[in-house]
Design a protein around this ligand. Structure first.
Ligand code: SF4
Ligand code: SF4
Length: 194
């Protein structure tokens, strides 16, 4: 019978350029992680993760690109920063998770499709209106998620309490143009590979 534990062949799996890319994009010294597990101990979402955050740090150290970028955890991370505040080596762990999410997106990995759908809708709304238009985002997400009526019952109560508006509240002055410029700069950087 084959053992369920399978050793990883680092001579074939290790991708040093991945380690360097994550270090450069996050600005973190990934070598200083000594696997104490404090980040995972403080992570409120770890029970939903397929790989706990300290093990993701280890995957990055080992250069295991595909395993790190295809995990669900990086999409479920709430960027709450608890891991960052608990790290004895001052590693911005939440930033590393964010960088991995960006890399996964660029590589075409999105195991949590609904999270990506919501994030895409949120960003599109901010790009268009200068700030999020909640009712529009909710309607867009309901349609794209394939469950259009799932949260429909919440709408009337939220509308009556002023938590949702029928029309977007766009920022005054140059606010909308300034936000749009941020998105344009981001797209330009992406096209030029920065
Ligand atoms: S930022 Fe993400 S990984 Fe870190 S503690 Fe919060 S949910 Fe967990
Ligand atoms: S708390 Fe910091 S040093 Fe400890 S495992 Fe997490 S990232 Fe590594």
């Amino acid at each position: 019978m084959q053992s369920p534990l399978q050793a990883i062949d680092l001579t074939t799996s290790r991708d040093q350029s991945f380690v360097e890319d994550v270090a450069r994009e996050s600005g973190q010294d990934l070598r200083s992680c000594y696997q104490c597990g404090n980040c995972t101990a403080g992570c409120a979402y770890t029970m939903n993760y397929d790989i706990p955050v300290h093990q993701i740090m280890r995957l990055v150290q080992l250069g295991l690109r595909d395993k790190a970028l295809s995990c669900r955890s990086i999409w479920l991370c709430a960027t709450c920063q608890a891991c960052t505040t608990r790290c004895p080596n001052n590693i911005e762990v939440a930033v590393v998770m964010d960088v991995l999410r960006h890399m996964a997106r660029r590589a075409g990995h999105a195991p949590e499709r609904l999270v990506k759908t919501f994030t895409d809708g949120f960003l599109a709304s901010v790009a268009r209106h200068g700030r999020v238009f909640e009712a529009g985002l909710a309607a867009c997400f309901a349609l794209k998620s394939g469950k259009p009526l799932q949260d429909a019952g919440l709408g009337p109560a939220m509308l009556s309490r002023g938590k949702l508006a029928f029309l977007p509240h766009e920022p005054g002055g140059n606010g909308k143009a300034e936000v749009a410029a941020i998105f344009q700069r981001f797209l330009k950087d992406q096209e030029s590979g920065k």
